[in-house]
Every structure is written in C-alpha cells, then in structure tokens.
Design a protein around this ligand. Structure first.
Ligand code: UD1
Length: 356
C-alpha cells in the first residue's frame, strides 16, 4: 500500500510525525512525504523535522508565500503531476492550512482517496481562511479522522456519511506525550519564574493595525506586573515593524519563533498563555496551563468545556481580568479529554492498514 503525506505549514508537522511513525511499523506500507513549501524558513520548518524525528521530505514543492489564491493554485499545479506519478492508495492531509485544502481538491479530482486528519472542527466563522479550508477538505475527503466527538456531530450535520467518520483522538497530543520528557530538559537562560507566554498570528489580530496596537499596549501593561515572553511569528513581526512596536518595555520580551521542544517547555512553565492559535488551545488544555484566547470563537470548544481555555474576543479588559484570574488560581490537575492519550496515530494506522 502506498501512502502520500502532504504537509506544508508549521502546525502540520507535529500532526504528521506520529502518523508517519505508526505506519512505519506496518509491513507492506510505503510512505512518501511531500512538503508543499508553504512554510520555508528554517525556524518555521526544518527545525521541526529535526526535533520531531521526521524523515526528510521526499519532495519539496517550494511554493513559498503569496495571496491565498496564488498559494493554493501553486500547490495544486505542482502537486498534481506528483500524485499522477505515484498513484497512491491514500493521500493523508492534516489540519486546516492552505496546503490541506489544495491537496484535497487535487486528489479528489484525480479520484485518489483522501483521508483528513483532524477533521470536523468548526468555528462557524467563515471569515477565517482555515474554516474555508476545513469545509472544503471535509466535503472532499473519503475518510475523516476526528479528534473529539463534537467534530463527528459537525460532520454529520453537514451531511457527511457516518461510515466515513472515525473518532480517533488528537494526533498533536500524541507528539506532546512523546516529547514532553525531552521538553522538560530544556534549559533557558534568564527565564523569569512566573511569566505570560504570548503568541499571535491570525490575520484578524495582526493585520488590523489599530487593533494590533491596542493589543500590544495591553500586553505592555500586563508586563508591568507579570513578565511577558512573546515568540513572534514572521507575519506578526512584519506588522509590528509597520506599527513601530519592536522597541518594547523591559517586561515584554520579544523572541524569534521557537522550535517545538523549546516552545513546549515555555508552555509547560508559563503561568498563563495568551494566544490566537488553535493547537495551543489544545496543548494548554492537556497540560493544565490557563489559556486566554484572543478570538471571538473557537473550532475547539472542548478546550473551553473541559479544559483551561477562555475566549476574550476583542475585550481587552476581559483579557486583563483573565490574566489576574489565571495567576491567582491554584494549580489543578488537568481533566483528561477522551482519546487524547498519545495513541491516536496508532488508531489511524489500524484503520488505514488493517492487518499490515
Ligand atoms: C498559516 C496557516 C495558519 C496556521 C499558521 C501557523 C493558512 C491559511 N494559514 O498561517 O492556519 O495557523 O500557518 O504558522 O494556511 N512567512 C515567513 N516565513 C515562512 C512562512 C511565512 O516569513 O516560513 C511570512 C510571509 O511573509 C507570509 C506570512 O508569513 O506571507 C504568512 O504565511 P502563510 O503561510 O501565508 O500564513 P500563516 O500566517 O503562517
């Protein structure tokens, strides 16, 4: 059996790594790893392959950055001949980035079966490019591997046949479970004992420059009481340069994007995490670290219902209040989320390659 994995952007890598490992143990399975090149900086890509123990991609399509239409079209144009050449039995696509949706469109038109890993998540917000990618990918996929029961319900509501849906759990948590012991060994020079960890990269937060400035002002205020550690995504850095906000106050420490292990260690030790990322809402829930999400909605409601996540939208005084609540809260044991147990990828491998 031949399986083609498509990855392209930072959040894909920690999802694909455990599936590659699980299928590697199955006899008769040939795996081919294609990197679209959506993310290309070493700090956004290469370092993840190294730390996650992933094989070098067999091919990099080197698409680079561009508008959504341009980038999606480039991925489709460059991927089509590769799929035709390899004639895979399954193409695996991950998450909700442009590479995911582009690959699903290409393969479904070539009648090549597509399996979507992390299917069924919905924010209900079609202004998010990722929501469009999720809707398109799920409609076109032949097998939909979901991380939680709410995702199954979303898919059924959209008319996806239940026979295509498999609730397997969260592959990103597989990677976290495997690498947390290594992350615990990471040493940092001069890291304060208590700090807020911040990540921001959603267009809705960083491309609206007036809002970005207001948000940075609030983070600067927070940093007077609680040091703020902020690894800055390239998109965000560009925007911060535009608004002239790179010379920050002493409590606000701007860093380069962090590799997987360092970032996991930073999350683990943080008093609170302030983010607009999807994956970080899940990782903080698993770790039991309070998370404040600067978004109006989430495609991961389980992190609010069972986890540590609080949505504050554009309410900056709620953000300040939630930081206060988080730092004064006694540490509690995180509630386990069903099937977020480190074995989701093995369940996927059993469905894809039964008897191998
Ligand atoms: C993409 C995903 C988003 C994911 C995020 C994680 C889509 C629609 N968005 O957003 O879901 O949460 O990745 O990081 O697929 N850039 C670099 N170096 C790189 C990559 C990007 O400098 O290696 C800069 C470029 O200026 C680029 C910008 O970042 O234009 C945005 O990159 P892009 O991949 O388009 O979107 P992200 O914001 O990273």
């Amino acid at each position: 059996m031949k399986v083609l994995h498509i990855v392209g952007a930072r959040p894909n890598f920690m999802k694909a790594a455990p599936v590659l490992r699980a299928l590697k143990g199955r006899s008769g399975v040939e795996q081919i790893l294609i990197h679209t090149g959506q993310h290309y900086d070493a700090a956004m890509s290469d370092v993840f392959f190294t730390q996650l123990g992933m094989p070098e991609p067999d091919l990099n399509l080197a698409v680079g950055s561009g508008t959504h239409a341009w980038q999606t079209a480039q991925i489709m144009t460059r991927l089509e001949p590769v799929v035709l050449e390899h004639k895979p039995d399954w193409v695996l696509v991950y998450g909700d980035v442009n590479s995911t949706a582009a690959a699903a469109v290409v393969c479904s038109k070539l009648l090549v079966p597509v399996a979507h890993i992390e299917a069924g998540l919905r924010s209900g917000d079609r202004t998010m490019p990722e929501e469009i990618n999720r809707l398109v990918t799920d409609q076109l996929s032949d097998l939909l591997f979901t991380p939680s029961a709410d995702a199954d319900e979303n898919l059924k509501r959209e008319g996806i046949a239940p026979s295509k849906i498999r609730l397997v759990g969260n592959v990103m948590i597989d990677t976290l479970v495997r690498l947390l012991p290594l992350a615990e060994e990471q040493a940092f020079n001069g890291l304060p004992e208590r700090y807020a960890l911040v990540t921001l990269h959603r267009p809705s937060n960083v491309d609206d420059l007036a809002w970005l400035q207001a948000l940075l002002k609030t983070l600067t205020e927070v940093s007077k009481d609680l040091p703020v550690v902020f690894p800055v995504h390239p998109r965000t850095r560009e925007r911060m340069e535009e608004v002239g906000h790179l010379n920050c106050s002493p409590g606000l420490r701007l860093l380069e994007p962090k590799p997987y292990l360092e970032f996991l260690a930073l999350q683990r030790r943080a008093s609170v995490v302030i983010t607009d990322s999807g994956g970080i809402q899940e990782e903080t829930t698993f770790l039991g670290v309070p998370c404040i999400t600067v978004r109006e909605n989430t495609e991961r409601p389980i992190t609010v219902e069972l986890g540590t996540n609080r949505l504050v939208g554009r309410d900056l005084s709620a953000l300040r209040t939630q930081v206060g609540v988080a730092v004064s809260m006694p540490a509690t044991r995180p509630k386990p989320i069903p099937l977020w147990d480190g074995h989701a990828a093995e369940r996927i491998a059993s469905y894809l390659a039964p008897g191998c």
